[in-house]
Design a protein around this ligand. Structure first.
Ligand SMILES: Nc1ncnc2c1ncn2[C@@H]1O[C@H](COP(=O)(O)OP(=O)(O)O)[C@@H](O)[C@H]1O
Ligand SMILES: CC(C)(COP(=O)(O)O)[C@@H](O)C(=O)NCCC(=O)O
Length: 314
């Protein structure tokens, strides 16, 4: 095979690119973040490095910018046909993957990088945890240990939210979930105001719709699945748990404040159990089976660096 040419995956709509092949597709996309800005963006939680931004995320924003432009042109063609002069609808980008695979980190980076393009300065981000049922409802239904499974979400409210944004509503509001309190915050809302791009990040955003209704992914212009080996994700989950134990869990408002006082080995045991009984099950049963629906799959190695990219051609 000629090197540099992406491999077509046998009997699959994807082309597979190595990290190097993908990196070269950055072409002349300018570097839009300095080391200082990256520092500001990553905060204490995200030790993402600049090479990862330049090699992986800049080519990705170039692809998304081209795709966005194509979607706008298609929208304009339909408007011309209808003789309308309406504003173009927001471009909706879905971002899926396991708990702890790095979805929030990827979403935050894309948010910042995409907003630097003149064609789409107004980027909004919503995470599907906003549409989890409050703990009271989960407890009433006996599914407190199923948080993150499809049935723990108010899926109709989520679909309605994205449908309204996509329809160009001037203001659409969503509830707010607090990871600290491990619950929906009563009365709190966030508002999305006609963005150029809406990023919808969550475990189950690629789940197909039940018969006779629509799913949130029916409104996506493009979608990304963040992938890694289960053993690596488990390790990141436990590592993040310990990091949180030293920081957020010691807050008196934290749902997990009792964990901050546990000895290290007991906390590890607890984190592994939550991983195994909730998050890994959800990954295997519900999340991983949706990977083949994504427009792009980013496959990470054990150090979080993206090693392989699969891009759907059709
Ligand atoms: N590119 C990266 N480089 C280094 N660490 C990362 C990267 N992406 C995520 N992480 C770390 O992995 C853990 C899980 O990432 P996070 O974005 O919180 O996952 P999710 O939103 O999928 O639950 C966090 O501790 C985060 O800091
Ligand atoms: C809040 C989550 C369900 C993720 O929600 P998402 O925004 O992906 O819809 C997840 O982070 C979570 O809390 N899972 C429950 C098990 C656990 O505590 O790890």
């Amino acid at each position: 095979m000629v090197t540099g040419v992406p491999a077509a995956v046998a009997a699959s709509p994807y082309v597979e690119l190595s990290r190097e092949q993908w990196r070269d597709l950055r072409k002349n996309t300018p570097l839009t973040l300095t080391e200082e800005e990256l520092e500001e963006l990553r905060g204490v939680e995200d030790p993402i490095d600049l090479a990862e931004v330049t090699d992986i995320y800049l080519p990705l924003t170039r692809l998304l910018n081209l795709h966005f432009t194509g979607a706008r042109q298609r929208g304009a063609a339909v408007s011309a046909f209808l003789g309308e002069r309406s504003a173009p609808p927001p471009y909706v980008l879905g971002l899926a993957g396991s708990v702890a695979v790095g979805k929030s980190t990827t979403a935050r980076l894309l948010h910042t990088l995409l907003a630097r393009w003149p064609e789409h300065p107004n980027v909004e981000l919503i995470t599907t945890d906003s549409f989890l049922y409050p703990n009271r409802v989960l407890a009433e239904r006996g599914i407190m240990d199923r948080k993150g499974f499809p049935e723990s979400y108010d899926r109709r409210a989520l679909v309605r939210f994205v449908a309204e944004v996509k329809a160009g509503a001037p203001e659409v509001t969503a509830p707010v979930y607090s990871h600290l309190e491990y619950d929906i915050v009563p009365g709190a809302t966030q508002t999305v105001r006609r963005p150029d791009i809406l990023i919808v990040e969550g475990l189950n955003v690629l789940q197909p719709a039940p018969p006779t209704s629509l799913a949130v992914c029916d409104y996506f212009d493009f979608s990304i699945y963040v992938d890694a080996r289960v053993e690596d994700i488990r390790h990141w989950y436990v590592e993040r748990f310990h990091k949180l134990r030293r920081t957020a869990f010691s807050d008196p408002k934290s749902y997990f404040r009792h964990i901050a006082e546990l000895p290290e080995d007991e906390a590890t045991r607890f984190a592994r159990e939550v991983w195994r009984e909730i998050n890994e099950r959800n990954l295997v049963e519900n999340i991983a089976p949706t990977r083949g629906r994504a427009g792009l799959v980013l496959h990470k190695g054990p150090d979080h660096s993206v090693q392989k990219v699969r891009l759907r051609r059709s």
